[in-house]
Design a protein around this ligand. Sequence first.
Ligand SMILES: Cc1cc2nc3c(=O)[nH]c(=O)nc-3n(C[C@H](O)[C@H](O)[C@H](O)COP(=O)(O)OP(=O)(O)OC[C@H]3O[C@@H](n4cnc5c(N)ncnc54)[C@H](O)[C@@H]3O)c2cc1C
Length: 305
Amino acid sequence: MSLFGRFVVATLPLTPRFLVGRVAARYVAGETMEEALATVRDLNGSGAAATLDVLGEEVTDRDKATRAVEEYLRLFAAIEEQRLDANVSLKLTLLGLKIDEGFCCDNVERIAAAAAERGNFVRLDMEDATTTDATLAIYQRLQPRYGNLGVVFQAYMRRTLCDIDRLPAEGANVRLCKGIYIEPRTIAWKGYQTVRHNFVAALEKLITRGVYAAIATHDEYLVCAATALIDRHRLPRERYEFQMLLGVDHELRRILLAAGHRLRVYVPYGADWYAYSVRRLRENPEIARHVVNAFFGRRGSGGAR
Ligand SMILES: Cc1cc2nc3c(=O)[nH]c(=O)nc-3n(C[C@H](O)[C@H](O)[C@H](O)COP(=O)(O)OP(=O)(O)OC[C@H]3O[C@@H](n4cnc5c(N)ncnc54)[C@H](O)[C@@H]3O)c2cc1C
């Protein structure tokens, strides 16, 4: 990242909210379910599936967690009614993990049960390391009952290869990503190339264990390594998919679809767009350009969703 880029990232907390909003518009489908469903319709039209995420995290208020559950229940009904190719992703700290693990588990169970009734699927996003054990515990408690849950492993975590070994492979569906939170070196690999190396090792382990792999990356090096593994293991199309974030690298999205791979786009929406957007902006090495473009009234490239 350029010196100016680093400066912009460091001063993000001071950046006016409207400016963050201008740049964030490419990463977030909108504030309402209707806007998110319209985005999914567009994606489906281009051949991509979607996973819908209701924005929000670190909730300390039970009513807010309950409202999020109800939003997910309405989502399943809308997906079915509108015959969309979409499932959902959710953050356990939105559903009350930091309030009480039992309360959170009950909330996830309501969502998993509603999804199961409609033949849909629920991905438990992985948040920072303080939530890893609880997220895996809730997954292991509910998956045998509903069979429609998936988890996420982060390639930057030193524990990930062991976690994959411990995961019951039967019916498992794992999203593999690099990981977005800032973790200490004692528990996380730090080097850029090291994380890539662990990503490839983890992906190979998922494939050889027969686990459905959702390969979540925009890193061309990893896309290349993944396609080589898919080829070497003669993996049928039904055993994996690529995943990308809304607003990132539309060209790569089109290339993967044209090559015949399945691809799913992560579509976040909701009033709580700010924390999500700041995280996306922090990780984008070209952030300086986007912020400057927004400031001078032009949308950053790839502004269309
Ligand atoms: C579908 C999906 C789900 C995810 N779920 C989780 C999760 O549950 N838990 C978690 O910790 N992390 C999650 N992540 C985030 C992930 O861990 C990475 O932080 C993020 O994907 C960037 O890593 P990368 O593999 O794309 O590689 P990078 O090296 O970060 O990026 C490769 C290239 O992609 C482009 N790029 C990447 N990010 C951006 C951006 N924000 N804006 C513009 N261009 C960009 C740039 O050109 C960059 O050079 C998810 C990512 C995806 C795609």
